[in-house]
Design a protein around this ligand. Structure first.
Ligand SMILES: [Zn+2]
Length: 123
């Protein structure tokens, strides 16, 4: 893309919609805990894991109550409708589920009622 097609402008964080900021915050905290190569973020890098969990729990609760998804979207294997995020669960360290995965996310389809569980976060 040529530079003629871009515009540089100074924007304030106040101009972003709150739902965008909520999603960004969720993704930042989530990535700092689960991404193998987290973004450079001094605040999150120094934050204790339990504080990050508190933030994620609060945002997940918010998303559950408002039926919004905190991060990526995923479509139904059966009917291609967009799945609704139901919740994430961190396995405790002494839980040895499913070959080393540390998290489970569940999603459901509003159209055909399929139910999906995703095991992830393998370390
Ligand atoms: Zn479906």
């Amino acid at each position: 893309m040529s530079s003629k097609n871009t515009v540089n402008a100074t924007v304030s964080i106040r101009q972003f919609d709150t739902d965008v900021i909520i999603e960004e915050l969720y993704n930042r905290v989530y990535d700092s805990m689960h991404d193998e190569e987290p973004q450079y973020d001094p605040t999150l890098n120094e934050m204790p894991r339990e504080n990050k969990n508190d933030i994620l729990d609060a945002l997940r609760l918010y998303c559950k109550e408002t039926h919004t998804q905190p991060n990526k979207t995923m479509t139904c294997w059966v009917c291609n409708e967009e799945l609704i995020w139901g919740g994430d669960h961190d396995f405790e360290e002494d839980e040895t589920h499913f070959d080393g995965h540390t998290m489970i996310t569940n999603l459901s389809c509003p159209q055909c009622e399929s139910y999906v569980e995703v095991y992830h976060g393998k370390e």
